[in-house]
Design a binder for this molecule. Structure first.
Ligand SMILES: CC(C)(COP(=O)(O)OP(=O)(O)OC[C@H]1O[C@@H](n2cnc3c(N)ncnc32)[C@H](O)[C@@H]1OP(=O)(O)O)[C@@H](O)C(=O)NCCC(=O)NCCS
Length: 227
């Protein structure tokens, strides 16, 4: 599933004093680190990130400036419709912070992305850290790689000026994301597609990044494409 290429550079500062403990994180910069501009984001966007322990050993986590079509093809590895056909039918936004796991041969085996996005709930703007594009190559599933991607994505989300993370997923993955503190957004969510605004045909979930964050009641809209 190639993201559409529309970029979005988060600006502003992070109300870290309201953030939940453990979400603020400083990564070790690898070669080719790209400096963040006018933000307090410490996670480098490109290069080696601290390795992660999984139930099958330590894995190499990398920041990717963008996820190319070749990267997607490498991770999807010929699997037909890993997003159940629904995900493949939609247009998605490119993320600003992209993560991957490489195997010992340097091949990408997992991906995820994060971006700062504006939602509207009952007409009021709400900044969210959107997480998406989570995939583990089929032969590497069940080894904890999605856990690595989701936990790192939440660390990055915690550095963005948003008090809530948000994502879209297939119903079969709701129990997976619940393990990481995500809760279902009960209201339908409307998103932009080339055909206009549509009701999102996937589950929407959110995760508080601040102690006192709640999800406000009301119709949810993303004025842009989903993430
Ligand atoms: C969903 C997906 C990312 C999971 O990847 P994975 O590497 O197998 O997941 P992990 O091994 O890291 O699992 C992490 C934890 O979630 C659990 N888990 C994984 N998938 C689950 C599911 N569908 N429902 C419930 N729990 C799940 C695991 O048991 C594990 O639990 P534990 O840490 O308590 O033991 C992978 O199956 C995939 O890429 N699917 C196709 C694309 C997709 O659906 N992506 C998600 C888009 S929203």
């Amino acid at each position: 599933m190639g993201d559409s290429k529309r970029g979005f550079v988060p600006r502003g500062t992070n109300p870290q004093n309201k953030k939940r403990n453990g979400r603020c994180w400083t990564g070790t910069a690898g070669a080719g680190t790209v400096a963040e501009e006018s933000t307090q984001i410490h996670t480098p966007r490109r290069g080696a990130l601290p390795p992660a322990a999984t139930n099958v050993g330590t894995v190499h986590v990398v920041g990717l400036e963008t996820i190319t079509d070749a990267d997607w093809r490498q991770v999807i590895a010929g699997e037909p419709e890993p997003w159940g056909g629904v995900g493949e039918s939609l247009r998605w936004r490119a993320k600003t912070h992209n993560l991957g796991v490489r195997d010992d041969a340097g091949k990408l085996v997992a991906l995820a992305g994060v971006l700062l996005a504006e939602a509207r709930v009952a007409g009021a703007p709400l900044q969210v850290a959107g997480i998406g594009g989570v995939i583990v190559t089929r032969v590497a599933r069940g080894r904890g790689l999605a856990r690595v991607m989701i936990e790192r994505a939440l660390q990055i989300a915690g550095e963005l000026p948003a008090e809530r993370a948000m994502l879209f997923c297939l119903p079969r993955n709701v129990p997976l994301y619940s393990k990481f503190g995500f809760q279902l957004i009960p209201e339908p969510v409307f998103v932009r597609q080339p055909s206009g605004m549509i009701e999102m045909p996937m589950r929407a979930m959110w995760n508080p990044l601040a102690h006192d964050a709640h999800w406000p009641a009301g119709r949810v809209e993303l004025p842009d494409e989903p993430f």
